[in-house]
Design a protein around this ligand. Sequence first.
Ligand SMILES: NC(=O)c1ccc[n+]([C@@H]2O[C@H](COP(=O)([O-])OP(=O)(O)OC[C@H]3O[C@@H](n4cnc5c(N)ncnc54)[C@H](O)[C@@H]3O)[C@@H](O)[C@H]2O)c1
Length: 491
Amino acid sequence: MSFGRNVADIDNLLDNVYCGLVARATWTGDFCYLKMITESINLPSLIPARLSTMSNALNHPVQQTSRRGFIKKAGALAAGSAALGISLERGAHAAGNKEIKFGLIGCGGRGSGAAGNALRGGKDIKLVALADWFEPKALAARSTLKGMFKDQVAVDDNHVFSGFDGYKKVIESDIDVLLIACASHFQAPYLKAGIDAGKHVFCEKPHSLDAPELRTVQQACDDAKKKNLNVVSGLCWRYSPVVRETIKRIRDGQIGDIVNAQVHYMAAPYRLTERDPKWSELEWQMHNWYHFFWLAGDQCLQQLIHTADRASFAFGDPKPKLVWGVGGRAAVLGAKYGDLFDHQAVVFEYEDGKQLTGVCRNQVGTWGDENDAIFGTKGRASLKRGTITGENNWRYKGPNTNMYDVEQAELFDAVRTGKTINNCDYMVNSTMMMIMATYAVWTGKRLTWDEVWNTKTTVLQPAYNWEMKPPVMPNAAGEYDIPIPGITKVV
Ligand SMILES: NC(=O)c1ccc[n+]([C@@H]2O[C@H](COP(=O)([O-])OP(=O)(O)OC[C@H]3O[C@@H](n4cnc5c(N)ncnc54)[C@H](O)[C@@H]3O)[C@@H](O)[C@H]2O)c1
């Protein structure tokens, strides 16, 4: 099968991969799996679990840190962080030599990455509990992280949890901070459970897959404010020094008054897990969770959210008045791709007349890129690239501290110093925009914020266990039904 890429392309791509951990690709048939690069970061062994795929490498936002430049830049990290006012290396808890203990739910690519980012934030930070649906994944993450942060990984066998209740046991462990990076379906309820239990929380995006769950997130974040608990979102670009500096310049008027924005996320499909005949339908969907809406949402919620979130940041995070769009499934066919569309285009309209257009695609062998363009009366900006063109040409040249490190450093620093970060407003706003986008594309209708905010449709299930029947099952042809614009309804 041809991917329209040669080895040099792949190498260039990998030069741009840095998602908390450095990765290298090896081609295996249709997909390209990423492994830890031992020589760059002195890992004792290759991570045993498959972390991610080439599509994930494309799909997930990456900082402009090359694997060749990683070591050099790691040294510059401390300097860059100091410039940002963050202490990445602190020996003691500000409140008095106390360790900050954290637990992780979801030990895949991002979860392991986020734990590494957190541990890099100071010797006083300790990982003490882990949970994954699948015990081997939790054990693999423990072993990899232990190899990298020997003195900071203190997860004994009694604190490696698996199954559907593993999350509860992590929350019940002696932890101050909870990191959540599991199948997106569960992130909202786990965020709530963490805040209810009085933990500071880092939660990966998307923050929910439907409006009822998102209303729960809003409520939980309001509770967090009352309890002075930190809530940090995995909408990581808000922590990028490049984005922050570009935003400052936009706020200073360097592109004039913002008129509209255009964002895109063009990528290969997420990684696939082939069905193992030993697995039940539920187990297969859990292994292949990125391709099922009830577990992952769609590309709007998974990927376009990052680019739209940047544009929304530039706009000042107003609620869009309404959204309309188109989408469908044209090129990734077959049951293994679950029940998702493979392309979407949406337009958000705002009260003040601004528009935000978003386009995304998950197809094999197609052009891949992700970027944002913010158009103003005096020029245009790209937050991702850190550029302004027009009356005030400019390019970001400051420290390029990794945003995944920054988000964890700021979270743990806040815990140490008693400050409180609450990312709730944009977590809810940007997630809601993507739920609106999904529903507009599915239904073919023009939908308002209020209509979608008040919907009752939810992916949440009454109970979770290994015997449960997934809410989506193959049809008579062995395929999964997909929405049909004009016919599909959400209520
Ligand atoms: N901010 C970013 O740049 C970024 C990048 C990648 C992924 N993510 C987000 O992070 C989350 C995880 O993505 P990933 O790429 O690491 O996926 P992954 O499949 O690599 O890892 C997820 C892990 O969580 C486990 N898991 C899933 N649901 C679970 C549950 N309820 N309880 C315990 N374990 C569970 C799975 O077995 C798997 O090992 C997703 O929400 C994704 O959108 C964010």
